[in-house]
Design a binder for this molecule. Structure first.
Ligand SMILES: *Cc1c(COP(=O)(O)O)cnc(C)c1O
Length: 358
Protein backbone atom coordinates (compact mmCIF):
# COMPACT_ATOMS: atom_id res chain seq x y z
CA UNK A 1 0.00 0.00 0.00
CA UNK A 2 1.35 3.45 -0.87
CA UNK A 3 1.29 6.03 1.91
CA UNK A 4 -1.90 8.04 1.80
CA UNK A 5 -0.14 11.39 1.44
CA UNK A 6 -2.11 13.01 -1.37
CA UNK A 7 -3.18 16.31 -2.95
CA UNK A 8 -6.91 16.01 -3.61
CA UNK A 9 -8.01 18.32 -6.40
CA UNK A 10 -11.62 19.47 -6.54
CA UNK A 11 -12.24 20.27 -10.21
CA UNK A 12 -15.77 21.53 -9.51
CA UNK A 13 -14.32 24.15 -7.16
CA UNK A 14 -11.86 25.09 -9.92
CA UNK A 15 -14.73 25.62 -12.33
CA UNK A 16 -16.65 27.72 -9.80
CA UNK A 17 -13.57 29.89 -9.25
CA UNK A 18 -13.29 30.36 -13.01
CA UNK A 19 -16.90 31.55 -13.05
CA UNK A 20 -16.09 33.95 -10.22
CA UNK A 21 -13.23 35.32 -12.34
CA UNK A 22 -15.58 35.70 -15.28
CA UNK A 23 -18.16 37.53 -13.19
CA UNK A 24 -15.41 39.92 -12.05
CA UNK A 25 -13.90 40.43 -15.49
CA UNK A 26 -16.50 42.93 -16.66
CA UNK A 27 -16.88 42.55 -20.41
CA UNK A 28 -13.46 40.96 -20.85
CA UNK A 29 -12.98 37.40 -21.97
CA UNK A 30 -11.02 35.21 -19.57
CA UNK A 31 -7.96 33.13 -20.43
CA UNK A 32 -7.15 30.50 -17.83
CA UNK A 33 -3.55 30.73 -16.60
CA UNK A 34 -2.38 27.14 -16.10
CA UNK A 35 1.43 27.57 -16.06
CA UNK A 36 3.68 25.76 -13.58
CA UNK A 37 1.71 22.54 -13.93
CA UNK A 38 -1.58 24.29 -13.29
CA UNK A 39 -0.09 25.96 -10.19
CA UNK A 40 0.82 22.48 -8.97
CA UNK A 41 -2.64 21.00 -9.58
CA UNK A 42 -1.70 19.14 -12.80
CA UNK A 43 -1.87 21.05 -16.09
CA UNK A 44 -3.66 18.32 -18.07
CA UNK A 45 -6.57 17.66 -15.71
CA UNK A 46 -6.92 21.37 -14.90
CA UNK A 47 -7.00 22.42 -18.56
CA UNK A 48 -9.48 19.64 -19.40
CA UNK A 49 -11.73 20.59 -16.50
CA UNK A 50 -11.93 24.14 -17.88
CA UNK A 51 -12.54 23.05 -21.48
CA UNK A 52 -16.16 24.17 -21.67
CA UNK A 53 -15.44 27.48 -19.89
CA UNK A 54 -12.06 28.77 -21.09
CA UNK A 55 -11.80 30.16 -24.64
CA UNK A 56 -7.98 30.40 -24.24
CA UNK A 57 -5.26 29.16 -21.93
CA UNK A 58 -2.05 30.92 -20.90
CA UNK A 59 1.25 29.32 -19.89
CA UNK A 60 4.85 30.42 -19.41
CA UNK A 61 6.65 28.20 -21.89
CA UNK A 62 6.33 25.98 -24.93
CA UNK A 63 6.55 22.70 -22.98
CA UNK A 64 3.45 23.69 -21.05
CA UNK A 65 1.58 24.60 -24.23
CA UNK A 66 2.47 21.18 -25.66
CA UNK A 67 1.11 19.53 -22.52
CA UNK A 68 -2.23 21.19 -23.22
CA UNK A 69 -2.27 19.98 -26.82
CA UNK A 70 -1.42 16.45 -25.62
CA UNK A 71 -4.75 16.35 -23.81
CA UNK A 72 -6.49 16.98 -27.13
CA UNK A 73 -7.62 20.51 -26.32
CA UNK A 74 -7.70 22.84 -29.33
CA UNK A 75 -8.07 26.32 -27.78
CA UNK A 76 -5.33 28.88 -28.44
CA UNK A 77 -2.57 28.87 -25.83
CA UNK A 78 -0.85 32.14 -25.00
CA UNK A 79 2.89 31.88 -24.29
CA UNK A 80 3.42 34.60 -21.70
CA UNK A 81 7.21 34.57 -22.12
CA UNK A 82 7.18 34.42 -25.90
CA UNK A 83 9.64 31.85 -27.22
CA UNK A 84 13.23 31.05 -26.33
CA UNK A 85 14.42 30.05 -29.81
CA UNK A 86 13.64 30.94 -33.42
CA UNK A 87 12.53 27.41 -34.31
CA UNK A 88 9.81 27.61 -31.68
CA UNK A 89 7.99 30.31 -33.61
CA UNK A 90 7.09 27.88 -36.40
CA UNK A 91 5.72 25.42 -33.89
CA UNK A 92 3.56 28.22 -32.52
CA UNK A 93 2.17 28.83 -36.01
CA UNK A 94 1.40 25.13 -36.49
CA UNK A 95 -0.05 24.52 -33.05
CA UNK A 96 -2.14 27.62 -32.43
CA UNK A 97 0.15 28.96 -29.72
CA UNK A 98 0.13 32.74 -29.32
CA UNK A 99 3.53 34.00 -28.16
CA UNK A 100 3.77 37.31 -26.35
CA UNK A 101 6.87 38.89 -27.93
CA UNK A 102 8.75 41.12 -25.55
CA UNK A 103 12.23 41.63 -27.07
CA UNK A 104 14.04 42.80 -30.18
CA UNK A 105 15.64 39.37 -30.41
CA UNK A 106 12.19 37.77 -30.77
CA UNK A 107 11.23 40.45 -33.30
CA UNK A 108 14.34 39.65 -35.38
CA UNK A 109 13.39 35.95 -35.37
CA UNK A 110 9.90 36.85 -36.52
CA UNK A 111 11.32 38.92 -39.38
CA UNK A 112 13.31 35.96 -40.70
CA UNK A 113 10.37 33.54 -40.86
CA UNK A 114 7.66 32.94 -43.42
CA UNK A 115 5.21 30.95 -41.33
CA UNK A 116 4.18 33.32 -38.59
CA UNK A 117 1.81 32.67 -35.72
CA UNK A 118 -0.67 35.19 -34.40
CA UNK A 119 0.97 36.93 -31.47
CA UNK A 120 0.87 39.63 -28.82
CA UNK A 121 3.31 42.38 -27.89
CA UNK A 122 4.33 42.97 -24.31
CA UNK A 123 4.49 46.57 -23.14
CA UNK A 124 6.68 47.48 -20.20
CA UNK A 125 4.41 49.83 -18.27
CA UNK A 126 6.63 50.00 -15.22
CA UNK A 127 7.32 46.55 -13.83
CA UNK A 128 10.63 46.51 -15.72
CA UNK A 129 10.83 42.74 -16.13
CA UNK A 130 9.91 42.23 -19.76
CA UNK A 131 8.43 44.18 -22.63
CA UNK A 132 8.94 47.03 -25.03
CA UNK A 133 9.18 50.48 -23.54
CA UNK A 134 6.31 52.74 -24.65
CA UNK A 135 8.83 54.84 -26.61
CA UNK A 136 9.91 51.77 -28.59
CA UNK A 137 6.45 50.71 -29.63
CA UNK A 138 6.12 52.87 -32.77
CA UNK A 139 9.44 51.51 -34.07
CA UNK A 140 8.38 47.94 -33.37
CA UNK A 141 5.09 48.52 -35.16
CA UNK A 142 6.75 49.89 -38.28
CA UNK A 143 9.13 46.93 -38.42
CA UNK A 144 6.10 44.63 -38.21
CA UNK A 145 4.31 46.56 -40.94
CA UNK A 146 7.38 46.35 -43.16
CA UNK A 147 7.04 42.56 -43.25
CA UNK A 148 3.21 42.58 -43.06
CA UNK A 149 3.48 40.82 -39.70
CA UNK A 150 1.17 43.39 -38.17
CA UNK A 151 -1.67 41.29 -39.64
CA UNK A 152 -0.88 38.60 -37.10
CA UNK A 153 -0.75 41.00 -34.19
CA UNK A 154 -3.64 40.38 -31.81
CA UNK A 155 -2.87 43.12 -29.35
CA UNK A 156 -0.94 44.31 -26.34
CA UNK A 157 -0.23 42.83 -22.94
CA UNK A 158 1.17 44.36 -19.79
CA UNK A 159 1.62 43.05 -16.26
CA UNK A 160 1.13 44.76 -12.88
CA UNK A 161 3.80 44.93 -10.20
CA UNK A 162 1.65 45.87 -7.18
CA UNK A 163 -1.91 44.76 -7.90
CA UNK A 164 -1.88 42.64 -4.73
CA UNK A 165 -1.97 45.90 -2.75
CA UNK A 166 -5.22 47.84 -3.25
CA UNK A 167 -3.60 50.92 -1.63
CA UNK A 168 -0.81 51.12 -4.19
CA UNK A 169 -1.02 53.86 -6.82
CA UNK A 170 1.20 51.80 -9.10
CA UNK A 171 -1.61 49.82 -10.77
CA UNK A 172 -3.50 52.92 -11.92
CA UNK A 173 -0.22 54.46 -13.06
CA UNK A 174 0.72 51.38 -15.10
CA UNK A 175 -2.78 51.28 -16.59
CA UNK A 176 -2.49 54.85 -17.80
CA UNK A 177 1.05 54.33 -19.17
CA UNK A 178 -0.28 51.29 -21.04
CA UNK A 179 -3.33 53.11 -22.40
CA UNK A 180 -1.23 56.01 -23.65
CA UNK A 181 1.37 53.69 -25.17
CA UNK A 182 -1.24 51.75 -27.13
CA UNK A 183 -3.60 54.63 -28.04
CA UNK A 184 -1.87 55.16 -31.38
CA UNK A 185 -2.77 51.62 -32.48
CA UNK A 186 -6.55 51.31 -32.28
CA UNK A 187 -8.44 48.18 -33.20
CA UNK A 188 -6.03 45.87 -31.39
CA UNK A 189 -6.87 43.99 -28.21
CA UNK A 190 -5.54 44.72 -24.74
CA UNK A 191 -4.89 42.49 -21.75
CA UNK A 192 -3.71 43.66 -18.34
CA UNK A 193 -5.51 41.90 -15.49
CA UNK A 194 -3.94 39.21 -13.31
CA UNK A 195 -6.10 37.72 -10.52
CA UNK A 196 -5.54 40.66 -8.20
CA UNK A 197 -6.90 43.14 -10.73
CA UNK A 198 -10.25 41.28 -10.60
CA UNK A 199 -10.60 42.63 -7.05
CA UNK A 200 -10.01 46.31 -7.91
CA UNK A 201 -13.46 47.78 -8.51
CA UNK A 202 -12.16 50.66 -10.69
CA UNK A 203 -9.74 48.64 -12.83
CA UNK A 204 -10.43 48.62 -16.59
CA UNK A 205 -10.30 45.00 -17.75
CA UNK A 206 -10.05 45.65 -21.51
CA UNK A 207 -10.45 42.62 -23.81
CA UNK A 208 -8.85 39.67 -22.02
CA UNK A 209 -8.17 39.02 -18.34
CA UNK A 210 -5.55 36.52 -17.20
CA UNK A 211 -6.43 35.04 -13.80
CA UNK A 212 -4.15 32.39 -12.34
CA UNK A 213 -4.00 31.99 -8.58
CA UNK A 214 -7.69 32.81 -8.02
CA UNK A 215 -8.73 29.82 -10.13
CA UNK A 216 -7.02 27.61 -7.55
CA UNK A 217 -8.55 29.39 -4.56
CA UNK A 218 -5.38 31.19 -3.46
CA UNK A 219 -5.60 34.84 -2.54
CA UNK A 220 -3.97 37.37 -4.85
CA UNK A 221 -4.39 40.15 -2.27
CA UNK A 222 -2.09 40.87 0.66
CA UNK A 223 -3.80 40.43 4.01
CA UNK A 224 -6.85 38.61 2.61
CA UNK A 225 -7.49 34.89 2.34
CA UNK A 226 -8.99 33.28 -0.73
CA UNK A 227 -12.08 32.44 1.26
CA UNK A 228 -12.53 36.09 2.29
CA UNK A 229 -12.50 36.95 -1.42
CA UNK A 230 -15.21 34.39 -2.20
CA UNK A 231 -12.85 31.79 -3.66
CA UNK A 232 -12.99 28.08 -2.95
CA UNK A 233 -9.98 25.92 -2.10
CA UNK A 234 -9.20 23.52 -4.93
CA UNK A 235 -6.31 21.58 -3.43
CA UNK A 236 -6.62 19.65 -0.19
CA UNK A 237 -3.19 18.46 0.92
CA UNK A 238 -3.48 15.45 3.20
CA UNK A 239 -1.16 13.02 4.94
CA UNK A 240 -1.67 10.28 7.51
CA UNK A 241 -0.83 10.37 11.16
CA UNK A 242 1.74 7.55 11.46
CA UNK A 243 2.63 7.71 15.14
CA UNK A 244 1.37 9.32 18.35
CA UNK A 245 3.01 9.70 21.75
CA UNK A 246 2.96 11.81 24.88
CA UNK A 247 6.03 13.98 25.09
CA UNK A 248 6.76 14.60 28.78
CA UNK A 249 7.10 18.18 30.01
CA UNK A 250 10.62 19.44 29.42
CA UNK A 251 11.39 17.15 26.46
CA UNK A 252 11.73 18.30 22.87
CA UNK A 253 10.55 17.16 19.45
CA UNK A 254 12.51 16.87 16.23
CA UNK A 255 15.63 18.42 14.70
CA UNK A 256 17.34 21.14 16.62
CA UNK A 257 15.17 20.27 19.64
CA UNK A 258 13.56 23.60 18.80
CA UNK A 259 10.22 22.94 20.47
CA UNK A 260 10.11 21.92 24.11
CA UNK A 261 6.92 20.69 25.81
CA UNK A 262 5.90 22.93 28.70
CA UNK A 263 3.50 20.25 29.91
CA UNK A 264 2.96 16.58 29.01
CA UNK A 265 1.75 16.87 25.42
CA UNK A 266 0.10 14.29 23.19
CA UNK A 267 1.53 14.72 19.74
CA UNK A 268 1.62 12.91 16.43
CA UNK A 269 3.91 12.48 13.44
CA UNK A 270 2.47 13.17 9.98
CA UNK A 271 3.91 11.56 6.83
CA UNK A 272 4.71 14.69 4.85
CA UNK A 273 7.70 17.02 4.86
CA UNK A 274 9.72 19.43 2.78
CA UNK A 275 10.62 16.55 0.45
CA UNK A 276 6.96 16.69 -0.56
CA UNK A 277 7.06 20.46 -0.91
CA UNK A 278 5.57 21.30 2.47
CA UNK A 279 7.45 24.49 3.48
CA UNK A 280 10.27 23.98 5.97
CA UNK A 281 9.83 27.58 7.07
CA UNK A 282 6.41 26.77 8.55
CA UNK A 283 7.23 26.80 12.25
CA UNK A 284 5.53 25.95 15.52
CA UNK A 285 1.87 27.12 15.58
CA UNK A 286 1.35 26.80 11.82
CA UNK A 287 -2.23 25.48 11.55
CA UNK A 288 -3.28 22.06 10.25
CA UNK A 289 -6.50 20.09 10.83
CA UNK A 290 -7.57 16.60 11.73
CA UNK A 291 -11.15 15.39 11.41
CA UNK A 292 -12.22 18.99 10.87
CA UNK A 293 -10.53 20.10 14.11
CA UNK A 294 -7.78 22.72 13.92
CA UNK A 295 -4.42 21.69 15.38
CA UNK A 296 -0.92 23.16 15.15
CA UNK A 297 2.55 22.14 14.03
CA UNK A 298 5.30 21.86 16.63
CA UNK A 299 9.05 21.88 16.05
CA UNK A 300 10.84 21.75 12.74
CA UNK A 301 9.49 20.26 9.52
CA UNK A 302 11.66 17.30 8.42
CA UNK A 303 12.10 15.99 4.90
CA UNK A 304 9.51 13.20 5.22
CA UNK A 305 7.48 14.10 8.28
CA UNK A 306 6.35 16.81 10.61
CA UNK A 307 4.99 16.92 14.16
CA UNK A 308 1.59 18.14 15.33
CA UNK A 309 0.19 18.91 18.76
CA UNK A 310 -2.91 16.73 19.33
CA UNK A 311 -4.13 18.50 22.49
CA UNK A 312 -7.14 19.85 20.54
CA UNK A 313 -7.90 16.48 18.95
CA UNK A 314 -7.93 13.89 21.75
CA UNK A 315 -9.65 11.27 19.55
CA UNK A 316 -7.04 11.47 16.77
CA UNK A 317 -5.36 8.13 16.14
CA UNK A 318 -2.78 6.56 13.86
CA UNK A 319 -4.08 6.24 10.32
CA UNK A 320 -6.27 9.35 10.54
CA UNK A 321 -5.63 11.87 7.79
CA UNK A 322 -4.27 15.31 8.61
CA UNK A 323 -5.19 18.22 6.33
CA UNK A 324 -2.16 20.46 5.84
CA UNK A 325 -4.25 22.91 3.84
CA UNK A 326 -7.63 22.71 2.20
CA UNK A 327 -11.17 23.43 3.38
CA UNK A 328 -10.47 23.77 7.12
CA UNK A 329 -7.05 25.45 6.97
CA UNK A 330 -6.60 27.88 4.09
CA UNK A 331 -3.42 27.65 2.04
CA UNK A 332 -3.02 31.42 2.53
CA UNK A 333 -2.82 30.93 6.32
CA UNK A 334 -0.05 28.37 5.96
CA UNK A 335 1.75 30.60 3.45
CA UNK A 336 1.64 33.51 5.91
CA UNK A 337 3.15 31.28 8.62
CA UNK A 338 5.92 30.24 6.22
CA UNK A 339 6.69 33.80 5.13
CA UNK A 340 5.54 33.22 1.55
CA UNK A 341 2.50 33.22 -0.72
CA UNK A 342 0.09 30.47 -1.70
CA UNK A 343 1.56 30.47 -5.23
CA UNK A 344 4.88 29.13 -3.96
CA UNK A 345 3.27 26.51 -1.72
CA UNK A 346 0.99 25.09 -4.39
CA UNK A 347 3.57 25.07 -7.18
CA UNK A 348 6.11 23.58 -4.78
CA UNK A 349 4.31 20.31 -4.07
CA UNK A 350 6.66 17.71 -5.49
CA UNK A 351 6.06 14.73 -7.74
CA UNK A 352 6.19 12.43 -4.71
CA UNK A 353 2.66 13.54 -3.83
CA UNK A 354 0.05 11.98 -6.11
CA UNK A 355 -2.76 14.25 -7.30
CA UNK A 356 -6.22 12.73 -6.99
CA UNK A 357 -9.06 14.31 -8.93
CA UNK A 358 -12.66 14.74 -7.97
C1 LIG B 1 1.34 34.28 -14.00
C2 LIG B 1 0.81 35.41 -14.80
C3 LIG B 1 -0.54 35.78 -14.67
C4 LIG B 1 -1.46 35.21 -13.61
O1 LIG B 1 -1.13 35.82 -12.37
P1 LIG B 1 -1.97 35.50 -11.04
O2 LIG B 1 -1.43 36.46 -10.04
O3 LIG B 1 -1.68 34.09 -10.68
O4 LIG B 1 -3.39 35.72 -11.38
C5 LIG B 1 -1.01 36.75 -15.52
N1 LIG B 1 -0.20 37.34 -16.44
C6 LIG B 1 1.11 37.02 -16.56
C7 LIG B 1 1.94 37.72 -17.56
C8 LIG B 1 1.66 36.05 -15.74
O5 LIG B 1 2.94 35.75 -15.85
Amino acid sequence: MPRSTVARIDLEALRRNFQTARSRAGGAQVMAVVKADGYGHGIGPVALALDSLAPKYAVACLEEARAIRETGLVQPVVLLQGVHAEADIEECAQQGFEPVFHSFQQLAWLERLEARPVFWLKVNSGMNRLGFHPDELAGVMSRLQAISADQGLLGFVTHFACADDPESAMTAHQTSVFEQATAAFPGLMKSVANSAAHFHPEQPMFDWSRPGIMLYGGSPMVGKTGRELGLEPVMSLEAPLISTRVVPAGESVGYGASWVADCDTRMGMVAIGYGDGYPRHAGTNTPAAINGQRIRLIGRVSMDMLAVDLTNAPDAKEGDNVELWGRTVGVDEVAACAGTISYELMTGITGRVPRQYR
